[in-house]
Design a protein around this ligand. Structure first.
Ligand code: HEM
Length: 338
């Protein structure tokens, strides 16, 4: 295993030698949760390119994102209203359980991925993974079937991928679609919520920052309005808060492991093909040689209470203790929601 802890070596891997480092190690969780390495965690080549092309044009392009904006708005309103508007309680419970299990098993928790000699120790882990993958596949297939039978809304990402399936059934198989949904859920859910939690904790620790953020929103959006996605580019100060949070509390502090497809030299050291390469974004973002006062977002006291900023363990960097803060709504909120 090799850890890159400087921006220079990270750049050498991910910019100068990006193709060599495009592969991911064949970890056991990616085998079972990633359709035998056939989804985004596939080896570099035509299929790898195709998946990223589909991602860039059919899922994450500005046009696709704006086509699904109402779904995100509905979810946000639902969340702000308490998050209880669930149509299918059983499905929601199953999803929550699956997410918790998948998050537990998709981290770096299997020592045999790093030390092959420990292979025997992962048999139980692999059995559990297989069961979990079966449940997850069943859940995702049901989502696809419900969209196919038009039970679910028709402006979703799944609906769009199913329409692509009609024109190119050989490539857009159910498996490819399920693989995409799986990776998006895995990569996009905890990362986003954990980052928002750190940002909120930072705001509570820095009342002067919170005040400035509020002033920006009040002056550019107005107290009576909710922020729209299209407003974000003009909210410069809010964006700086998010960048600082991402820098000091990166949701994936070691990124996702890479592995070189050929022997190479990084920073003067030999890195053999197949080595597990981690990029320590956490250390790079706190490197005093790169940043002035790199720890400036450290916890501070507010109202006599310390809000903890202790970091938990795992590949998704959670707060060690979930943030518990009570938001006191401003009177205007009732006018905005009801
Ligand atoms: C604060 C939020 C997020 C953070 C901090 C984050 C961070 C990361 C990191 C560090 C990687 C690995 C980069 C590498 O090793 O080369 C990654 C990959 C990825 N992320 Fe995110 N992510 C976030 C949100 C999302 C969301 C919302 C989605 C999808 C809806 C998403 C989808 C992906 C995908 C598909 C990959 C794999 C890309 C590839 O292998 O080509 N991420 N993300």
């Amino acid at each position: 295993m090799v850890v890159m802890s400087s921006s220079a070596t990270a750049e050498e891997c991910l910019v100068k030698n990006d193709i060599i480092f495009a592969n991911r190690p064949k970890f056991i969780n990616a085998k079972h949760l990633g359709y035998n390495y056939s989804t985004v965690i596939s080896s570099y080549g035509d299929h790898w390119h195709n998946l990223r092309r589909i991602g860039a044009t059919e899922i994450f392009s500005p046009a696709r994102l704006s086509a699904t904006i109402n779904a995100r708005k509905d979810e946000m309103r639902c969340l702000l209203n308490g998050g209880n508007e669930v149509e299918d309680e059983e499905e929601a419970t199953e999803f929550r359980e699956l997410m918790v299990e998948v998050a537990k098993k998709s981290g770096t928790g299997n020592p045999a991925d790093y030390l092959l000699i420990l292979n025997w120790s992962s048999l139980g882990f692999e059995r559990e993974l297989k069961k979990l993958a079966q449940r997850m596949v069943g859940f995702l297939q049901k989502l696809i079937d419900d969209h196919r039978s038009k039970k679910l809304q028709n402006n979703s990402m799944i609906h769009h991928l199913l329409s692509m399936q009609q024109s190119d059934p050989v490539y857009y198989t159910d498996e490819i679609i399920k693989g995409f949904i799986m990776v998006i859920i895995l990569a996009g859910t905890d990362t986003s919520s954990v980052t928002i939690e750190w940002a909120m904790a930072n705001l509570l620790n820095h009342p002067q920052v919170l005040k400035k953020a509020r002033d920006e929103i009040d002056s550019l959006i107005g107290e009576e309005n909710l922020i729209e996605e299209s407003d974000v580019p003009k909210l410069h100060y809010i964006q700086s808060i998010m960048y600082e949070t991402l820098g000091l509390y990166p949701a994936a502090p070691l990124l996702i492991p890479h592995t070189p497809s050929t022997d190479c030299t990084i920073g003067g050291y030999d890195v053999p093909s197949g080595a597990v390469v981690l990029v320590n974004a956490w250390a790079i973002h706190r490197d005093p040689k790169v940043w002035d006062d790199p720890e400036s977002f450290k916890p501070e006291r507010m109202d006599g209470k310390e809000i903890d900023m202790i970091e938990g363990k795992g590949s998704i960097m959670p707060k060690a203790h979930s943030l518990q803060a009570l938001c006191k709504a401003r009177p205007i909120v009732n006018k905005v929601f009801y």
